[in-house]
Design a protein around this ligand. Structure first.
Ligand SMILES: C[S@@+](CC[C@H](N)C(=O)[O-])C[C@H]1O[C@@H](n2cnc3c(N)ncnc32)[C@H](O)[C@@H]1O
Length: 248
């Protein structure tokens, strides 16, 4: 690695640590806006904030054998909602860099017990190919452009062949003034949120090596009423390449 590469890495690590502290503070804040956003991340609000993601079990034909990872799991509400539907054989895993988020997640309904792990989206603390489904909702806006590629590269690394990942985030509306307003609404930490289109997410996923990328078209999300971008990306099953170009 070059000196410049090392400096950039050290800077990103520092920034991520700073962002985690900011998130910890925000999760503990009693301000009404913070309380509202924390409620949006709770299980009772899932239908409003993550409604289309609750349909993933049927649209992706998932079953109990699915090994699920949720990156930036927050309060762990999505893990529990999908486990309620699928009754996973292996407890689903949530990773988040905020200790306060994980503490809230651990306090969730005790019927199911997701595994909650502290860690960063750009250096996931899991072995290669550990999961068959990775979800990542509302995290990408916190990442600078040079942090988005590691998110997708790490997602691809921890996916088993044939595994799928779905990433969704608030997206641009096409109107500059509305986007500026939305960014203000969404800036829960001091970092300005980055609103990116599904096409941008797909491009970065392809750069990270994903062979399969498409617009996931997840909608409608009801709250907050801001446009969303979403992508479905995947690793081909083993032997796929050989089947594409059979030996002459
Ligand atoms: C807006 S919340 C969304 C939580 C959850 N996905 C949901 O839909 O309710 C974003 C979460 O991502 C976490 N997060 C943000 N950047 C992260 C990073 N670089 N690595 C790990 N977690 C991160 C935050 O701590 C927070 O819990």
């Amino acid at each position: 690695m070059t000196t410049r590469g090392r400096i950039t890495d050290a800077q990103s690590t520092r920034e991520a640590a700073h962002a985690a502290v900011e998130y910890d503070r925000w999760f503990a804040s009693t301000a009404p806006r913070a309380a509202f956003f924390r409620w949006l991340m709770s299980q009772p609000a899932q239908l409003l904030t993550n409604g289309p993601a609750l349909r993933l079990p049927s649209s992706l034909r998932l079953d109990a054998a699915t090994r699920m990872l949720d990156i930036g799991c927050g309060r762990g509400a999505l893990l529990r909602a999908l486990d309620d539907q699928l009754h996973f054989d292996t407890p689903p895993v949530g990773v988040d860099f905020s200790r306060a988020a994980l503490a809230l997640a651990a306090r969730g309904a005790p019927v199911t017990a997701p595994r909650l792990v502290g860690g960063s989206a750009s250096a996931l603390p899991f072995r290669d190919g550990a999961f068959t489904l990775v979800t990542c909702g509302y995290l990408a806006k916190h990442l600078a452009d040079d942090e988005l590629l590691p998110l997708f590269a790490e997602t691809r690394r921890v996916l088993a062949p044939g595994g799928l990942a779905v990433v969704w985030e608030f997206g641009p509306s096409g109107d500059r003034r509305l986007d500026a307003w939305n960014s203000r609404v969404l800036s829960v930490t001091s970092r300005a949120p980055r609103l990116r289109s599904s096409a941008t997410l797909r491009r970065v996923a392809a750069e990270a090596g994903f062979e399969f990328t498409r617009d996931a078209n997840l909608r409608p999300f009801l709250l907050p009423p801001i446009a969303r971008a979403s992508v479905l990306v995947g690793r081909p099953p083993e032997g796929w390449r050989e089947r594409q170009s059979p030996a002459p």
